[in-house]
Design a protein around this ligand. Structure first.
Ligand SMILES: Nc1ncnc2c1ncn2[C@@H]1O[C@H](COP(=O)(O)OP(=O)(O)O)[C@@H](O)[C@H]1O
Ligand SMILES: [Mg+2]
Length: 251
């Protein structure tokens, strides 16, 4: 059974389908690419899976469970995590504070005990600090922990977003153009992290424009055009599919 399955999913805007009859899957331990020309419906798909947009038709399953009508917060508790096409950070907060904010789903101690300053809350915060610092080490940003997020380069801000998404230890990670605007060196160092994360059993759904990157990274690729799946398979196969070539030339 797939970690994520879409059955005949559709979403209309103003009576017109932005996504239609989309059936696809993402497997645990694999990186599934979702590509297609601008306006194809990729971000709409991610927003539906993450519970930020209601489906007009069809069904989304997480590990076999129907989650089609679940709210974003509930899905996040179930292990769905995502990054945004446009970076969303707490700009005035430090790198470390931004990463810590990503852990809120794991905080179990009640607000009351943290208000009272009980030892359990203190211990929990210390554990989260340690785990945040582990993430910063892994992303090679430990020495930037106290810097304001907004003062850092675009590539670094993208990494902060990624750390926040990983803080919740997701089962399904949705990445909407995570390396857009990065140079090749920055992109490939993130690619290694994606590989690591997938190797730990996470299902990754990756929206990406850079085809070299997609070919190198994705185990399976789904191609959307005008809201419909026009091709899927190994990266090498889909990039040579005449329907895919036509969709890109026509865009
Ligand atoms: N909130 C919205 N309201 C109306 N139309 C939207 C909305 N979001 C997306 N669309 C439309 O849906 C289509 C797919 O958009 P999107 O999912 O952002 O494509 P992609 O991410 O592949 O570039 C586009 O025609 C876009 O204009
Ligand atoms: Mg998009």
């Amino acid at each position: 059974m797939s970690m994520l399955t879409l059955h005949e999913v559709g979403r209309d805007f103003g009576g017109l389908p932005a996504v239609d009859s989309l059936s696809m899957a993402a497997e645990a331990g694999k990186i599934t690419g979702l590509i297609g020309p601008n306006g194809a419906g990729k971000t709409t798909v991610v927003n539906m899976i993450a519970g930020l947009l209601k489906l007009s038709r069809g069904r989304v399953e997480l590990d076999g469970q129907d989650v089609s009508t679940m709210e974003a917060q509930h899905l996040s508790h179930m292990g769905v995590s995502r990054t945004f096409q446009n970076i969303r950070l707490i700009k005035e907060a430090s790198v470390l504070e931004n990463v810590l904010a990503g852990f809120h789903r794991h905080e179990t101690t009640s607000t009351l005990s943290s208000l009272l300053g009980l030892p359990s809350a203190f211990r929990e915060r210390r554990a989260l600090l340690r785990r945040s610092m582990d993430l910063l080490e892994r992303f090679d940003m430990a020495d930037l922990a106290d810097w304001p997020a907004a003062s850092l380069s675009y590539g670094h801000q993208r990494r902060i977003e990624m750390m926040r998404a990983l803080a919740t230890e997701p089962r399904l990670l949705l990445l909407d153009e995570p390396v857009a605007g990065m140079n090749d060196a920055e992109a490939y160092s993130l690619a290694e992290i994606f590989r690591d994360v997938a190797a730990q059993g996470v299902a990754i759904l990756l929206i990406e424009h850079n085809m070299r990157f997609v070919r190198r990274l994705c185990d399976h690729v789904c191609v959307l055009a005008s809201g419909r799946l026009i091709s899927q398979g190994a990266a090498e196969t889909v990039v040579n599919d005449p329907r895919v070539i036509e969709a890109y030339l026509g865009s």
